[in-house]
Each structure stands twice: as C-alpha cells, then as structure tokens.
Design a protein around this ligand. Structure first.
Ligand code: NAD
Length: 411
C-alpha cells in the first residue's frame, strides 16, 4: 500500500514489543464472506461513533480495505492475494469478517493460512455474560473466562495427505518398515506436531494476561493422558515455563492448598491443569473456578464454541489472533451463508472483537463506551433475531438497526 492510499498514520512496534499508536492510525479491514458485509458495516458504525464520543476531535481511525475470500477471488482470482498479506504486516492491527471455507475439496482455509503466514500464534477469546441474554444454563453469569488457544500448530497445521495419495502410501510404508506400525488400509494421514517454543510463547502470553489483570488462575487444558508427547508435553512445558519465568508470581494448586489454605495471595496466579474432557464438564459445573485457559489448537476451538453457547451463543463471541508483530481481530463464528445479505444476524461478536482491538490500542475509554452501550441495548431488550426468539417481550431489530441502537446508547 502506498502512502498516497493511506490517509492515516501507520501503527509501529516500539521498544519491548509495545505498540506506538498515533491519534489517526491506519487500520486494515477485511469485510468477509456471507454475513461479513452486514456485520462489518454495523461494527464500523459503532467503532467510529465510540472513538468520536470518547475522544472528540482528537482521535480517528483511518480504515483501509484489504481483499480476502470471495471478494478477493472475484477481482484477483486469488482468495488471499500477496498484496493483502503485505498490507496486514504494514498495518500491524486489522479486523476481519468471517471467510467461507468449503468442506473437503482441497481448498485451504484462508483463516488458517492467515494465522500461519502472519504467525498469529495466540487466539484470544474472552467469554463473559451480558445480563438479559438468554442462556441454556442456570447461572451464565458465573462464566467469565478468557481462552488462549494456540493458533499455528497441532493437527490444524495442515500437514495431511488423502488416502491413496503417493505421500500417504510412502508414509504408510515408512511407518511399517522403520517403526513396525501398521496403518489400516486406505488411511488418510494427518500429522500432529506441537513444539516446546510454540507452547511456551502461548502460555507466556496467557500468564502475562492474567497477571496484568489480576486474574487468579491460568489452567492448561490438554489431553495428555492419551497423547503424551504432544498434549502431555504441552502441560509439562507450560508448568516449566511458569516456574522458569514467573516463579515469584505463580504457584501450583498443591502449593495453594498446602501453604495458603486455598486462598490465592494478591498478585499471584495459580497454574493448574485439566484434561480436556474434564474441562468440558468443569465449564458447565464450576465455571467460576476458571479465569484464563491456555489450550492447544483443537481443544481450544471446541471449548470456545461450547463455552460461548453458555453465555448466548456465537453471536456474542469475539476473538483476536495475535502474534509478536501483527494482530487480527475477528468474530468466533463463521460466514453463516444462509443469512448472507439479509441484514439479520447479530453483529455483537464482531463489535466486541472491535472492542478488544480498541483495548489492544490502549483506547480503553472508547472500548468502555461500547461495552455500556451494548449492555444498555440488551437490557432494553432491543436485539437481533437469534436472541429475540429466546427472550420474552423483546423488540427484534435488524443487524443495522441494532448497531444504531448501540450508538444511541454509547456510555
Ligand atoms: P457459522 O458460524 O457460520 O454458522 C453456524 C450458525 O450459527 C448459523 O447458521 C447461525 O444460525 C449461527 N450464527 C453464526 N453467526 C451468527 C451471528 N452473528 N448471529 C446470529 N447467529 C449466528 O458456522 P458454519 O455454518 O459451520 O460455517 C460457515 C462457513 O464459515 C464455513 O465455510 C466455515 O469454514 C466458515 N468459518 C469461518 C470462520 C472464520 O472466518 N474465522 C470461523 C468458523 C467458520
């Protein structure tokens, strides 16, 4: 992107990896497929209004559109043009709508490719309850957790070959001849690799996040009882990292009960771990005991949707993909193609992803403004179809009307 096309000022990365954010930052946006254009238009309206309200005449975001997904394919013949990747690196901060990935057929997910190419290794998903939102559980207000999901490794890395391919046959032979492992005939093969550095940087961020916000625990979620050298190693490396880098500020669950009678000392974080299947149970039975979860890629994907359901579903679930040099904010849900162009779905997930983005910039006043505007709108039972159908006496509004209602109620 040339300076001519950019009316704002670039965000840069300063000393100690902190962001230098100008008052007129250039921020990239990808509209997204399916419901993307609807929820992006709604989110942009709310984000711009909140910044104008919190910092009148002093701060303003300069949005620049970056092409990806179906829109990019229509104009360039590529789903993820190199120009978009370069612009994302230059912008440092960006926000995106959901992008469609056809099931099977060999087309790689643009979402997954973005995370890998830009090394956005931490997928951060805060899950909290907004009063008034319909929920399938009795006490949704007990859920207030932030999931740190590893974003680049595990079976998601895309190291896989179809059954019958030359690569799968060759690997099958190597396993048979050199390791004495016999695979069932006609096996597709995927490789699950999880590294120590990959685990450490994710767990480091999770612990730093808990310490910065005074949260009392970080839980390592894994399936290490079965997959010992990947998921089990994730647990072991996580504990070792806490001990090596945060010894003064962290303690184990055993220490918590033996030394402190179960009460977490101020300024300290308990590091604990749970096997993934147990964690799904805990999420329903004792959600208040969990604050930050650090998970491998696949566990985190399942768990974040399941926990989001407890507080109102995918329409209320924001997310961020963060690396050391770039951050891309996006809703947890997909492109919901059957609602495309209907101005119908709930834009809260993308709006709340925008709130995370404002917090990332350090523009917390604008973020707070949106939080209270959203809370008021929901408390007045002005909601989109997904919530209206479960709430008695609600006023159902379109996606764009919901955004305007928030703008009228900004804190
Ligand atoms: P989806 O999240 O798009 O939709 C599933 C259902 O959830 C919808 O039919 C709808 O009932 C509900 N829903 C989703 N978003 C909503 C919203 N904002 N408001 C109200 N209800 C909402 O999941 P899917 O149908 O499995 O996937 C559709 C496409 O999206 C696929 O191509 C998939 O690969 C892609 N996807 C993209 C991302 C991403 O861009 N990060 C994430 C997940 C899925």
């Amino acid at each position: 992107m040339t300076q001519h096309e950019n009316a704002g000022t670039w965000i840069t990365i300063g000393k100690n990896s902190t962001l230098d954010v100008p008052s007129d930052p250039t921020i990239g946006f990808i509209e997204g497929d399916g419901v993307g254009p609807d929820i992006w238009a709604a989110s942009r309206l709310v984000l711009d209004a909140a910044v104008a309200k919190a910092y009148p005449g002093r701060k303003k975001i300069h949005w620049v559109e970056l092409l990806a997904g179906e829109k990019a394919y229509r104009s360039t013949g590529e789903y993820l043009p190199e120009r978009t990747l370069q612009a994302l690196r230059q912008c440092v901060v960006a926000i995106k709508g959901p992008l469609t990935t056809p099931v099977g057929g060999g087309i790689r997910s643009v979402n997954v490719t973005l995370r890998q190419v830009l090394d956005l290794y931490a997928c951060i998903r805060p899950i909290r309850y907004y009063p008034g939102i319909p929920s399938p559980v009795k006490h949704p207000e007990k859920v207030n957790v932030v999931i740190f999901r590893e974003n680049t490794e595990d079976v998601y890395a895309g190291i896989e070959w179809p059954a019958g391919s030359a690569e799968a046959e060759k690997l099958t032979m190597i396993l048979q001849d050199q390791f004495g492992v016999a695979l069932p005939a006609e096996s597709g093969i995927g490789i699950k690799a999880m590294s120590r550095p990959g685990t450490e940087r994710l767990v480091r961020r999770a612990i730093q996040y808990a310490l910065a916000r005074g949260l009392p625990s970080v839980t390592l979620v894994h399936k290490g009882n079965i997959m010992k050298f990947t998921e089990g190693a994730f647990r072991e490396w996580g504990y070792k990292l806490a001990l090596a880098e945060f010894q003064e500020q962290t303690l184990t669950e055993v220490e918590l009960f033996e030394k402190y009678h179960g009460v977490v000392p101020t300024g300290q974080v308990v590091i604990k771990d749970r096997i993934a299947d147990n964690m799904f149970q805990q999420a329903l039975l004792r959600p208040e005991e969990y604050h930050v979860l650090a998970t491998p890629n696949l566990n985190g994907d399942y768990l974040s949707d399941a926990m989001a359901a407890q507080v109102g579903g995918l329409g209320m679930s924001p997310g961020a993909n963060i690396g050391d040099t770039c951050a891309v904010f996006e809703a947890t849900h997909g492109s919901a193609p059957k609602y495309a162009g209907m101005d119908k779905v709930n834009p809260s997930s993308l709006i709340l992803s925008g709130v995370m983005m404002l917090e990332h910039l350090g523009w917390t006043e604008a973020a707070e403004c949106i939080h209270s505007g959203l809370e008021r709108t929901i408390a007045e039972k002005i909601v989109t179809y997904d919530l209206a159908r479960q709430m008695g006496g609600a006023r159902e509004v379109r996606c764009s009307e919901f955004a305007r209602a928030i703008v009228e109620r900004l804190g």
